[in-house]
Each structure stands twice: as structure tokens, then as C-alpha cells.
Write a protein that binds this ligand. Structure first.
Ligand SMILES: [Zn+2]
Length: 275
């Protein structure tokens, strides 16, 4: 389990990490944690931080700086990225360098659930932008891309639904009545989108989702003035397009779409896109 969660990290041995830490001699005055200027944890938490790092070394999900799940500089860089209209119907935080995508990978693949609030903040900004043309924000239903069965089994939780719920809470705090309704499921399980080209991604997901059940009827009812389909990362837009299609086909109206990050397709950046 530990190997699966941390096996993707570059090799930072426990001993070299300890020596690296000692060599820096930048101990926090409180409890001896390194890089106090970038310290993002409470000092009480930092008592255990260095000890835990000896067992399970942490690295910034973006720049690989040791000792952090996400360093302060990378966090600020992700938060500074603006929301853009990716297409006529999709809004997302522009992520040309793949910083947000790296954060999502750290969350979904690395299992760092502490990154969820940052992703949710980006998603909330994107949803807010998609509602901007409306003078009086209606009651909004957020429908997240359903988790594939295999991903659910690997991660043990619905990563996108967690982000959607946190984003809905942020929007509600801002005065936009917003709830997550999971009325869409798969009628067939698509393959992993990673490694597929534009056409293959569309063919992989088209016709795979369906709005149904009690939650589905709720989405189609008069309770909500708008329905927003959401995902963590949009690359080609194939997954969000299929989610939107299933909502419209199921009878939902006023459907928009938003993603936490809009990242260039594979080939424009190194590595693979998660969604
Ligand atoms: Zn960093």
C-alpha cells in the first residue's frame, strides 16, 4: 500500500533526506521544522512532520521540493492563474504549464487529500464564472463526472465528488445556493482517458453516461435554475461533453460546465493528463 501511494515519487532516500534537512540548518524556531518561511502547518503538527518524513518522504506535487505536499510558491502560482472560457459552455482555471494538473495528480494518484481544498477553490471560481452572465444567481445543481469503477476501487473514494462538494460549500458561503446532485452514472465503463488522442477520447466516453434515478429526476425538476457539469481537469473536453450530453438527454435544462483546471493536451506537456 505504501509502495503504491509513494512509489511514483522520485528516489529520495530517508538517510539522504535527513542529511539534506540537517545541511540546510533552517530549523523552525518552534519545533525544528525546515523552511519555516514556507511552513504551512501548525507548529503542533510540525512536531510529527519531520518524523513522518523519515518514513514517508513528502515532496511538493509541483516542484518536488522535499518536506511539503505543496510548497508555498507553487500554491501561490496555482492560485494566481485566471479563470477563462475554454469554450462556449466550459469555464476553467487556465493551467498552461500544468501546475494545477500536477496538484490534481498529487491528490488523485499520490493520495494527498490535503490538496482537495485548493482544487475545490479553483473549481468554485470556474463555476462562479459560468454563472456570471446571470443577474440573479439561481439555485444551482452541480453534477460531477461519475467515478469509474476501477478508479473507485483503487482510490477508495470518489475524488471528483469530494472536490465538487467542497466547491459547493465555498459557493454557498458566497451567497450562491448550490448543492451537489449525483444523478449521472455509467451505462458502460469507459477505459482510462490517459494516453488517448482527441478522437479516441471522444469515442471512449461517448454514450457511456446516463441521467437516471431519483437524483436524476431532481436535476430535471424545477428546484434548480441551472445545472453545472463539473470535472477536475479538462483537456480535450470529451468527458465534460459526454456528461453535458447525458444531462440534456435526460431532460435537464440550462446546463453549463466547469473544471478546476484547463490543461493543454498530452504532447503539449510532458506526462499524461488525468482527465
Ligand atoms: Zn513547489
Amino acid at each position: 500500500m505504501v509502495a503504491r501511494r509513494f512509489g511514483h515519487l522520485p528516489g529520495v532516500s530517508r538517510l539522504s533526506y535527513l542529511l539534506h534537512t540537517l545541511a540546510r540548518e533552517q530549523f523552525c524556531t518552534g519545533f525544528g521544522y525546515v523552511w519555516p518561511a514556507k511552513c504551512q502547518m501548525s507548529h503542533a503538527g510540525n512536531v510529527w512532520g519531520p518524523l513522518l518524513d523519515l518514513v514517508m518522504p513528502r515532496q511538493c506535487a509541483v516542484c518536488a521540493l522535499p518536506g511539503f505536499v505543496l510548497c508555498g510558491d507553487c500554491r501561490m502560482a496555482v492560485q494566481a492563474q485566471p479563470v477563462v472560457a475554454v469554450s462556449a459552455t466550459v469555464c476553467a482555471v487556465s493551467d498552461p504549464l500544468g501546475l494545477g494538473r500536477a496538484v490534481v495528480r498529487g491528490y488523485k494518484v499520490g493520495g494527498h487529500r490535503s490538496l482537495a481544498p485548493l482544487i475545490a477553490d479553483s473549481l468554485a471560481r470556474a463555476v462562479r464564472q459560468s454563472l456570471e452572465s446571470r443577474r440573479w444567481p439561481p439555485r444551482v445543481a452541480i453534477v460531477a463526472v461519475p467515478q469509474r469503477r476501477r478508479a473507485q476501487a483503487t482510490r477508495g473514494f470518489d475524488s471528483t465528488a469530494v472536490i465538487a462538494r467542497k466547491a459547493a460549500r465555498l459557493l454557498t458561503q458566497d451567497g450562491i445556493a448550490c448543492v451537489v446532485v449525483q444523478g449521472v452514472g455509467y451505462v458502460r465503463q469507459p477505459d482510462d482517458q490517459r494516453g488517448l488522442g482527441v478522437t479516441e477520447r471522444h469515442l471512449n466516453v461517448v454514450g457511456s453516461m446516463k441521467l437516471s434515478g431519483k437524483a436524476g429526476r431532481r436535476v430535471c425538476g424545477e428546484e434548480f435554475g441551472m445545472v453545472v457539469a463539473v470535472d477536475d481537469v479538462v483537456t480535450t473536453g470529451a468527458t465534460l461533453a459526454e456528461l453535458t450530453r447525458s444531462l440534456v438527454a435526460g431532460g435537464a435544462s440550462c446546463v453549463g460546465a466547469a473544471a478546476a483546471f484547463s490543461t493543454p493536451r498530452r504532447g503539449h506537456l510532458s506526462g499524461k493528463s488525468p482527465g
